[in-house]
Design a protein. Sequence first.
Lengths: 372, 386
Amino acid sequence: MRGQAERAGPKPINKGNAVAESENIVAETADKIFADLADAQTINHDKQGTWKAPLWQALTEAGLPLSWVHDDLGGSGASLAEGFAVLNVAGRHAIAVPLAETMLAGWLLAKAKIASPGGEMTVVPASPKDRITLNADGSLSGRTRGVPFAKDAKHFAVLASGNGGLSIALVDVSKCRIEAGIGLGGDHSDTVTLDHVQPAAIRPAPDGFDQTALMLMGGVVRSLQIAGALESMLDISVRYSNERVAFEKKISKFQAVQHNLARLAGESAAALAAATSAADAIVHATSFNDAVFLEAASAKIRCAEAAEKGSGIAHQVHGAIGFTNEHILHRYSLRALAWRDDYGSESYWAVELGKRVAERGADELWPLVASR
Amino acid sequence: MTAALRFDPIRLPEKCEQLRKEVRVFLAEEIAAGTFDPHSPNREDNDAPEFSRRVGAKGWLGMTWPKKYGGQERSFLERYVVTEEMRVANAPTRRFFVADRQSGPVLLKYAPEHIKMDILPRICRGEVCFAIGMSEPNSGSDLFAAKTRATKTDGGYLINGTKIWTSSAHIADYMIAIFRTSPPTKENRRHGLTQFLVKMKQPGIKVNPIGQITGQFEFNEVVFTDYFVPDDHMLGEIDGAWKQATSELAYERSGPERFLETYYVLTELVRAVGKNPDTRSAEGIGRLVAQVHTMRRMSVSVAGMLQAGKEPVVEASIVKDIGTVWEQQLPHRVRDLAAFVEETATNRETLEKQLDFAIKTAPKLTIQGGTTEVLRGIIARGLGLR
């Protein structure tokens, strides 16, 4: 907490974030690109979105969208940990291009050794309850809602179930029907329908990999982004409270405001701890076992809860100005709230986690928690 | 960036897991022998002196301290494992817990050598119980308003005044207390208090038990009347207790005891709902498990940073703030879900008894050892707000 509030410029990499700690170079590259090409104040006033293309190009040149794809499959072959650190930074900037989605899609395709094409991608399905089916003729069918950035994507990475088990496929977006929608955060969240679509490539999913594993990975991605957005909400709320004067003093001097900000710090801390722990668990795991399930589901649940409590406090501290389009707060608050819904909401994962805990039995709960 | 809050994803090292097994075996044997009932946190008498000695004999008290004082020179992460296993099992730790966590480290840092050689090995053997003399009738959260006087006399100090809400004073052998040796100064209202080691069960000290809403008599009023403390029992700098009181707080605030106090009701709820919970119970349990897992990961992270020689004061305050609020709400959330437990659940009565006790316990959790309000003030200072 040393090094205080006043600085308003680009934020340095949080060296304390352990996911980032050994992975600074990739995350620092990402941070610099976001600061240069996606400054929140600047892009908030650019309603045309002219900043998006240069940002995407710079991210692509730095190899970030395909961080998790080995170079022989067209990617840049960064480690899982490096990619997770990039996503935490992306959350801190509330990035509105499909970086996280493309990374996740590349990761999924790489599971089946399918090369990633260039350009934006997103994963289908994006919800644990939707299913895409592999038909007997080798085509894919199904309908899935709430697919982030589907409208902006060139390709989908699809997980489909057929008689022979699960397959992973690369699908050209132009072959699918997209009903465009805008999510809570202002980014595309679309309904995608595949009607006997022939994939560009398809291969069996590896043993032990299933839709739950994909959704858990997606959940950890979103958790890191939410944690990042909360860090920024804390940062700009503290800064604002030290500038805004009411009743003849800075509002940061009011105990009620201080205690609200202390609670926001707690929610931000809980989200960061849950998300980085789950990311670390996946980095070191050999499969999506019970321990990874606990970590990843918990991260999504706790980060989503923190998004609700934390964004509420950030808005309360800002008062009316934070409720305007002019102000940047909503870029973080609404995205953090929107991200709760992707790859399974917190209530969905809570039910699944609760069922697993009950199945294991009361006396196995503490050993599971303590094993982490 | 305002707040470089650190919560590194620290994992307990492999050797901790061997230790955890040993602790579980030990506790299972104690339970089998009837020392305590893990399902009953509400024991009439939480003081278990023989159990305390057996824990000491295992080498699990003062385990991070130097060997010459009876310690094991093990890591804070190993101590963490022992603490959390005891807490989850509802083991009767009252007799040794304060000495092990807090008083021993204060003595290590500030006591003269002959006192360290005398007392620390006895703490490690589980033979002595400590209390902490902080609050007074007109000084609670406002620690530095303490008025109990230590007046200089030949060879030592005479103590007059009253400490209150002093946990375990009725069974304690020693107390580490702060007394007023000088008035506060204009520049520093925290000036003038000095830390002393007090031997209990002596003339000049009267301990009056205070009944609590749980039905327990855990805390006390302690009245000092011309009680003599020798010079060598002064700990640290005269008039300078305020410099000493804050540095140990990270240890005191971030341990597993700061979110596991009412954990037993969650275990019992899982038992009561059985293998096939309805959606509402499953969701409720899932959220509570996600929350306790996150709390623990935060707490282990702070323990790891302490072990690495860092001073995560703000992070530790955050752990205690959200940990104690969580353990306070837990019995109420479990009660919500218990309403749907089948009449046939075999542990229904146990769960109801536990809830009754946990709900009575809950109010104290955000008061003892630094109130929520004090903690949020510390966090706010760390954020640069004050």
